[in-house]
Design a protein around this ligand. Structure first.
Ligand SMILES: Cc1ncc(COP(=O)(O)O)c(C=O)c1O
Length: 426
């Protein structure tokens, strides 16, 4: 937490109360240097641990044109999951060969766009998609480079909605049914496809490294098994993202360096043990790059005293710009931006302004007595918030700024009331 010489909360050298004045609230402010530093930490850690590796930023965590540009400048790849994310990346000038196209139900037009623009990998999720892609890719000049997403059967210790590696996940080809092996055989037989590698992603906000080790070992065992059956060896192993971040004071998460070293060690040992050549190693962090780099700023409106010396304050945003508390019971550190050092005086519940009882951003957090008009900051707000924002109750979505060296720049404008009508027809 950065506190400036006025005793106020700051980010990238920008005073957060001033930012709220300049751009209005709700506002998402990202520290650009922190975003770049996080990209570099991952890149350097992987370069130090593995001969041939690529860090691919998972755009679903947060994507605007400026973010795609930043990721390209930092030499990372980009994981996209929709035609919209692909379009954003291409418009930002992102090199298509560093784009990985994911998704469990890609539409024919999205697959066609991926082929047309020559994305680096289409990560095929299921047999149905494999058939569809084979049809679309047949007859093109060069075979389309693909990876197969495998469900490794690993249960990560995170919220059920954030787990993706277990056997009844909606994502990926199952090992338990033999579907994954079948997909390898089919893909190898397809002249329009160039099967490059295997992929697994076990979930998100994972605070313990053991499931990553388990997934890495499982995937190498799968690669060895596939080689026995087909003679094909994956040139690339992509182990997804999922590293958790601390949201509350006192919470600790493994560092990106720990995560990378753990995965590299597990893959290296398992490959050596199985007599497999070491593949190119790809990792796809999203949250751990962007979450810690941003704050969400709200202005306090109605303040209500509750029984038993508790207070409820309503802010000018809520579940439409941050559905995480409602979706996953996510919790946050909340700080009054103008007086971050003031001692806590009362247990405060921060609610949003949307017409849902579940629209509670933070429950019973110790805070100074907040006043109407005051700016509050939610820390570690950079992932899966702006990206998931909606227009529920027909509120315009917030603005997004990047801050660096005491300067701020708008990277996504606040929606206007007329923007809300732009798609309506009478
Ligand atoms: C395939 C894939 N890769 C990477 C990620 C990024 O995960 P995280 O933001 O937890 O690092 C996700 C998100 O769940 C994903 O589905």
């Amino acid at each position: 937490m950065e506190i400036n010489d006025r005793g106020r909360l700051a980010l990238g050298g920008c005073d957060l109360v001033d930012l709220a004045e300049t751009y209005d609230t709700p506002l998402y402010a990202y520290d650009e240097a922190a975003l770049r530093a996080a990209c570099r930490r991952y890149r350097d850690a992987l370069a130090g641990a593995w001969d041939d590796g690529l860090v691919v930023y998972a755009a679903k965590a947060f994507l605007v044109l400026a973010m795609a540009r930043l990721v390209a400048e930092e030499d990372l790849g980009l994981d996209v999951v929709s035609g919209g994310e692909l379009h954003t990346a291409l418009r930002a000038g992102f090199p298509p060969e560093r784009i990985y196209f994911h998704g469990n139900n890609k539409a024919p037009w999205e697959l066609a766009a991926a082929l047309e623009h020559g994305v680096g990998r289409v990560v095929v999720d299921n047999l149905d998609e494999l058939a569809l892609l084979s049809k679309l890719a047949g007859g093109r000049d060069r075979p389309a480079p693909i990876a197969l997403r495998v469900t490794p059967g690993v249960e990560a210790d995170t919220h059920a909605h954030l787990r993706t590696g277990h056997n009844d996940s909606k994502f990926g080809l199952r090992l338990s049914t033999g579907e994954a092996y079948r997909a390898v055989e089919l893909a190898l037989d397809e002249p329009g496809l160039d099967l490059v590698g295997l992929h697994a992603h076990i979930g998100s906000q994972i605070m313990d490294l053991a499931p990553f080790t388990a997934a890495a070992r499982t995937m190498v065992a799968v690669a060895a098994e596939v080689r026995r059956h087909t003679g094909w060896t994956p040139a690339e192993l992509n182990l997804g993202g999922g590293l958790g971040v601390p949201y509350l004071p006192g919470e600790r998460a493994p560092t990106p360096e720990d995560f990378v070293a753990t995965v590299a060690l597990a893959v290296g040992e398992a490959c050596d043990g199985a007599g497999l050549p070491r593949p190119r190693l790809v990792l796809e962090p999203g949250r751990s790059i962007v979450a810690p780099a941003a704050v969400a700023l709200y202005r306090v409106g109605a303040v209500r005293e509750l029984n038993g010396d508790r207070v409820m304050v309503a802010v000018d945003g809520g579940m439409a710009d941050n559905p995480r508390p409602t979706l996953y019971g996510a919790r946050y550190q909340v700080v009054p931006a103008g007086r971050p050092r003031d001692p806590a005086a009362v247990s405060t519940t921060v609610v949003g302004r949307y017409c849902e009882s579940g629209d509670v951003l933070a429950r019973n957090v110790p805070l100074p007595r907040l006043q109407r008009g005051e700016v509050v900051a939610f820390l570690a707000a950079g992932a899966y918030q702006v990206a998931m924002a909606s227009n529920y109750n027909r509120f315009p979505r917030p603005a997004v700024v990047f801050c660096c060296g005491g300067r701020s720049r708008l990277v996504q404008a606040r929606e206007t009331l007329d923007d809300l009508l732009a798609r309506d027809r009478l």
